[in-house]
Design a protein around this ligand. Structure first.
Ligand code: FAD
Length: 415
């Protein structure tokens, strides 16, 4: 075959890659792959207008330095740079509402590494709008919105998907970027493991009197972690993991009553706080696909691995899938190999499966270790935190991990 990446039209549309899911990882892969010359069709069940709502306030992501590099490489960063808050330090403490932070803490300062800020806080609304705008400008990307993929059929030289309007699209490789319940994975016979945590994250943004100085805080409370993440200006994003029952109660409260509940956990170090926008809830759980690949199918992002947000690494892990898969596909095409072939996909899985399984297990263990009030565990983790904080090599290791600088970096994530 001259060019295994470009397939004949059998019926319907023809494309190199079909991506199911236009959330965050799907568009990132669409751009990375189209920049490498692949034609891409990306399908999402929701209308684009809904996905890019400007008032989608409150949600934001701690993007690692290497994720920022990827966004730079695929042309997204110029659109979000003005809205990105550098994350200069991270402070992690054990706490109890009303009692303030325990004296032991871990303090990670970007000044200990030479690469710069560990990451950037970017609001979801800016990121989604940028993805849609940059995809619109690409001749190689076809976007199909407000349409569900309902079936997929793998043949010898390609995969055909059927949309809920009856249309079909044929491609060389089908990418499942369709989130935690990935239908693409299920239709390919991929099994999943996972469980719920009986925790729900209440997510919102607050304004405060005092500047945050680019410092992110993680307080480990008995019911789950409270993350206070610096946004541009005197604003911070809150990710408050609580028991599902308690989170449901918090959502019934008016803004003033909600802030009365938040203040004892938040503390007064940033002065007076006020809500800026809506509150959102996310039920928390772990879900891991048993394999990330099947015949002409690859899973990326939450479709492959949905983890607890305790370390703010879910999207970062997905973007690393994106960078790795784009590189594997580009190298396969350069060697004249089939982009949907078993060998090509095995390379992607080999690169990403171990890392993401380790992340899933680490976030699970941290959550279990920290989301409780057992005095013995409390003492053990306080001693552990003090020990890590006192060891410069360990501390730097954590800083490099938070910046995404560890492991085998795909080209798009190198400096
Ligand atoms: C509270 C919270 C805080 C977080 N904070 C961070 C953080 O600070 N840093 C970080 O790195 N990560 C963070 N994460 C993780 C991050 O939000 C996710 O990893 C990321 O949003 C996953 O994106 P995705 O594109 O893989 O999936 P999704 O965003 O779930 O997108 C899936 C898309 O697929 C579409 N779809 C599904 N089925 C079909 C179908 N059949 N046909 C067509 N389309 C379909 C859906 O409409 C949707 O748009 C956080 C998560 C939570 C819950």
């Amino acid at each position: 075959m001259d060019n295994p990446g470009t397939l004949p039209i059998l019926h319907g549309m023809k494309t190199d890659l079909i991506i199911v899911g236009g959330g965050l990882n799907g568009p990132a892969l669409a751009l990375a792959a189209s920049n490498a010359g692949f034609s891409v069709t990306i399908v999402d069940a929701l209308p684009a207008a809904t996905r890019s709502l400007r008032n989608f306030d409150g949600r934001s992501y701690a993007l690692a330095l290497t994720s920022k590099r990827l966004l730079q490489g695929i042309g997204i960063w110029p659109d979000v740079a003005d809205h990105a808050q550098p994350m200069l330090e991270i402070k992690v403490t054990d706490g109890r509402a009303g009692e303030g932070a325990a004296p032991w803490m871990m303090h990670f300062d970007h000044a200990e590494i030479e690469e710069g800020p560990m990451g950037y806080l970017v609001e979801d609304r800016h990121l989604r709008a940028a993805f849609l705008a940059v995809m619109d400008a690409s001749d190689l990307i076809t976007q199909i919105d407000a349409t569900r993929v309902v079936a997929q059929d793998v043949g010898a030289d390609g995969v055909t998907v059927t949309l809920d309007n009856g249309d079909t699209i044929k491609g060389g490789l089908l990418i499942g970027s369709d989130g935690r319940g990935s239908g693409t994975g299920a239709r390919a016979g991929i099994k999943r493991i996972g469980w719920g945590y009986d925790q729900t994250a209440v997510v919102c943004a607050v304004e405060h009197d005092k500047p945050h100085a680019g410092i992110a805080h993680q307080f480990f409370m008995p019911n789950g972690p409270l993350a206070i993440l610096p946004l541009t200006g005197n604003r911070s994003s809150i990710v408050w993991s609580e028991t599902t029952q308690c989170a449901a109660h918090l959502m019934t409260l008016g803004d003033a009553a909600f802030l009365d509940e938040l203040r004892p956990a938040f503390g007064s170090f940033l002065g007076q706080i006020g809500l800026t926008g809506a509150r959102f809830t996310y039920p928390l759980g772990l879900t891991l696909a048993q394999t990330f690949i099947a015949d002409r199918v690859a899973l990326i992002g939450d479709a492959a691995h949905g983890v607890h947000p305790i370390a703010g690494q879910g999207l970062n892990a997905g973007l690393r899938d994106v960078a790795a898969l784009a590189q594997v596909l580009t190298e396969a095409r350069a060697r004249g190999e089939d982009i949907g072939g078993a060998q090509t996909l095995a390379r992607y899985q080999e690169w990403r499966r171990f890392d993401t399984t380790t992340l899933a297990l680490a976030t699970d263990t941290f959550n279990r270790l920290f989301s409780n009030d057992n005095p013995l565990l409390r003492a053990a983790r306080d001693i552990g935190m003090a020990a890590i904080n006192a060891a410069p090599t360990l501390r730097r290791g954590f800083i490099r991990e938070a910046a995404g600088l560890t492991g085998e970096l795909p080209n798009l994530m190198r400096s």
